[in-house]
Write a protein that binds this ligand. Sequence first.
Ligand code: F0G
Length: 453
Amino acid sequence: MKTIIEPFRIKSVEQITFTTREQRKQILKEAFYNPFKIKAEDIIIDLLTDSGTSAMSSKQWGRLMEGDESYAGAKSFYRFESAVKDLTGYENIIPTHQGRAAESILFKIFRDKGKITINNTHFDTTRANVTVNHLTAVDLPAHNNSELRFKGNMDCDSLVEKIKEVGSENVALIMITITNNAVGGLPVSMENIKQASSIAKKNNIPFFLDACRFAENAFFIKKYEKGFSERTVKSISQEMFSYADGCTMSAKKDALVNMGGFLALNDSNLAEEARNQLIITEGFPTYGGLNGRDLEAIAQGLNEIVDEDYLTYRIRSIEYVGERMLKIGIPIIQPIGGHAIFIDAQKLLSQIPRDQFPGQSLVCSFFLEGGIRSCEIGSVMFGKYNDELQEFIPAPYEYVRMAIPRRVYTQSHMDYVIEVSEEVYRKSKELGGYKIVKEPKFLRHFTAHFAPI
Ligand code: F0G
């Protein structure tokens, strides 16, 4: 088979500034060893996130000029609404400035003190929005006992048990995140979505999708789930959406734009409540938190993302990096997910205790050795200190995520990432831990200060 190549050519480029190891040592120190605090111009390859970092197509840039910026009833809204309805089938489409704004509105309208929300795994902003609305987030991932290819699944046996345990009236919402970002960007099977949906229906509990990487999820279903190989990614996506009552979407991922999102749902009474919230926090219902031109770019992006040449290249390009890391001996989550490589920092840096944040140490090392920015998804993000017990409670895992922006980097950029990984691997046993010297109350990973121990 011939090499799978990027199904696009490059029309506009952005300069990368190179730094030396000595310069990066100083940059890291000045950023308090937190890569979120490093200036983007000091990064050589930025794999912090795949969110809002996509390269837009010439068609998307063209549509920006068609943006109708009318306050109410803009043409751009109706084009956006029709693209989202065509894909999801939902009745009410509510634009927001990004995914978490849709989450904030959703959990506000389901706010009911003491109730729980169940997710295959809540992403950090989802969990934060659940918590500030006095709900309790329960994760039921199935990665340990599900079939190899769909380790993003919800554990449906535990779902039934949990509903029985707390009573269905105490479950505000069931949600499935596609793909399951927090456990490796791994996909959820159609069978699993269907099963969770039927459990939710039986118990009269609303069922939603967190759909920000829906196209990558649908592509995995096409590739690996029985009965889907002849179906288009678009029709698979439509089927996934059909099992839920609505979805939240960060358009910054699988709508190929730099900013945007939406909440979509069937229930018109709930939609009215959601629109009332939208007006308070985001804007009028036909623009939400967005410009008319942004709505145009999302509508176009949703068309482009289901292109199967694009998805073939996308999924293969992630696999390519993962396969080479495995060859070097770097422990990564397998199978390889849809948008990122997840390195098991606990395994690689086994000399660093978990309360000294092995993931943070690895993230710093990737920057120091090669100017690569990655993201800790471990005890910095999800760990806690229990003051009463005076005990550190680690996150379930210590991962470092290298998320690949869509349509941005070429194969030689990725070859560079692999070379730097080899260097980091060689030095891994010499790396030490970190301590937190300053942290905020919520989502500490964004702004915390660290110091080497
Ligand atoms: N849900 C999931 C599964 C996400 O991965 C994200 C964002 C959101 C919701 C929130 O969307 O950023 O538009 O407000 N994830 C980014 C990431 C930040 O790096 O994985 P947002």
